[in-house]
Design a protein around this ligand. Structure first.
Ligand code: NAD
Length: 471
């Protein structure tokens, strides 16, 4: 599965459809839609046997309406300029939808990470950061990368270290990148944030009685059958939180094939099995599905693509049986598949809203880096003391005595992880209801994706109109 060459055009199609509901002049819409800066560069890598390989890379800053701009870095052999542009544009809209005060950006390096040693990957990543720094394309107030497909905390730590070395003594240097390991200035809860955000999004959707009735589903996530494509960072964590929240993961699809078990799969056990054997196939108690694409067409309530874009096309969309598509990946539904899903009455929870948990918690990490203090450090003990005082009042007025275990459970005071999760939950719930309201308030908005684009366009447009640049 490789991303379609015109991914940016696809995002533009959605944008244009939504723009009709906003009434802004064409010039303003064009300013919002286009990519402000596209930086493509090549650099050499010396490999074993003194072989020189030229590595191609990009950083795209889609919108400077707010700074810094922000977006992940993807390592994949399929990366191309339109893809990075499309992903940067999606970041702008995503940040606007969840009220994260950044413009959108994205980076890509055209490599298959599996083909390189960790030492080579470190040299590639550090050189990439160096190239960005040379052109002023990275910095806590300029452009703040994060992990995406094929990258994780390790790569982010290399970037932070490179940037800090190039900017000695810069107090906020750690805020130049997010998704770092906690020991390197990361925030607790970032790694799992996109998956946790997806869980909050689908839980909120399943708690909407009107929508569930329309789909012929019961209210709540409990017992809903879920199929996950891609057991990477996003897919693994979304599967974990959805399972813990009552959902049943009945199938998992990976590159090498898919497995299913109607009684449910445990993502951690499957992950360990894949690590040990190199494949998810032959997982104890599960049936193998050799054609990984066929797994997406099985009966289920929720289908969660969490691999790459361009998964649902005019070809396979008619065969998709899910009632809800939860877009963990960016751009899994092509504009050709979208009307088919609409016609079938399915609910598509769009990427630009539901996978925004990562950037939301990245925002918290950036705030932590700028404030130089761990969340909860100042208030935890104070709140714990208040809660204990409250328990004492309850004991006095009711005559009940709490056990030590009850006291420990009820009077904890929030730590960093609690505060991050709470901020993420609040963000995802608020944004979901904004989307529903926009859809209800505007006659003719066909689905949540177009509602999400409408909200994003309004929020970005306001940055320009309130500056007096556009009427
Ligand atoms: P990842 O590299 O951790 O995982 C991706 C997984 O997809 C891998 O396990 C890979 O083997 C699998 N995969 C690749 N091709 C496949 C195929 N044809 N069928 C099934 N599985 C396949 O990447 P990730 O960070 O989890 O990102 C996944 C998607 O989520 C991407 O579209 C990314 O842009 C999006 N996303 C990621 C984040 C984040 O915080 N990491 C945030 C928002 C959106």
């Amino acid at each position: 599965m490789s991303g379609p060459a015109n991914f940016f055009d696809q995002v533009t199609q959605y944008f244009n459809e939504a723009a009709r509901f906003t009434g802004y002049p064409p010039g303003l819409l064009e300013q919002i839609r286009l990519c402000n800066s596209v930086y493509r560069f090549d650099f050499p890598l010396r490999r074993a046997g003194d072989k020189i390989e030229v590595i191609r890379a990009w950083r795209v800053q889609h919108s400077h309406h707010k700074l810094p701009v922000k977006g992940g870095i993807r390592f994949s052999p399929d990366v191309n300029e339109e893809e990075v542009m499309a992903l940067a544009a999606l970041m702008t809209y995503k940040c606007a939808i969840v009220d994260v005060p950044f413009g959108g950006a994205k980076g890509g390096i055209k490599i298959e990470p599996k083909d390189y040693t960790p030492e080579e990957l470190e040299r590639i990543t550090r050189r990439y950061a160096h190239e960005l720094a040379k052109k002023n394309f990275i910095g806590p107030g300029i452009d703040v990368p994060a992990p995406d497909y094929g990258t994780g905390p390790r790569e982010m730590a290399w970037i932070a270290d490179t940037y800090a070395a190039l900017n000695p003594g810069q107090l906020n240097a750690l805020g130049c990148v997010t998704g770092k390991p906690v020991t390197q200035g990361g925030v607790r809860g970032r790694k799992e944030a996109t998956g946790r955000g997806l869980y909050f999004a689908v839980r909120e959707a399943c708690n909407e009685p009107g929508e569930m009735k329309r789909l012929g589903l019961s209210k709540g996530l409990d017992g809903k059958r879920i199929i996950v494509q891609g057991l990477g960072n996003v897919g693994y964590h979304a599967a974990k939180f959805c399972r813990e929240g009552g959902g049943i993961v009945i199938a998992i699809a990976e590159r090498e094939g898919a497995i299913s078990n109607p009684k449910g799969l445990n993502e951690e056990a499957v992950f360990q099995h894949r690590n040990a054997t190199g494949s998810i196939l032959n997982f104890p108690g599960a049936a193998n599905i050799a054609d990984t694409g066929a797994a997406l067409e099985m009966e289920c309530d929720i289908l969660l693509p969490a691999a790459l874009e361009g998964v649902f096309t005019a070809d396979n969309a008619p065969r998709i049986k899910a009632k809800i598509i939860l877009e963990g990946a960016n751009g899994p539904t092509t504009p050709e598949a979208d009307p088919i899903f609409r016609q079938k009455g399915m609910m598509v929870i769009p990427d630009i809203y539901c996978n925004a948990g990562g950037v939301t918690v990245s925002y918290f990490e950036w705030l932590k880096n700028l404030s130089h203090v761990r969340f909860g450090r100042l208030e935890k003990r104070h709140e714990m003391a208040n809660e204990l005082a409250m328990l004492k009042v309850i004991e006095r007025s009711t005559g009940k005595t709490f056990t030590d275990a009850e006291r420990a459970e009820l009077a904890q005071g929030p730590d960093e992880q609690d505060l991050v999760n709470s901020g993420l939950e609040e963000t995802m719930i608020t944004a979901f209801h904004e989307l529903l309201k926009t859809q209800k308030d505007h006659q003719g908005i066909p689905d949540l994706r177009i509602a999400a684009f409408v909200n994003a366009i309004h929020k970005v447009a306001r940055s320009y109109t309130e500056l007096g640049i556009f009427p």
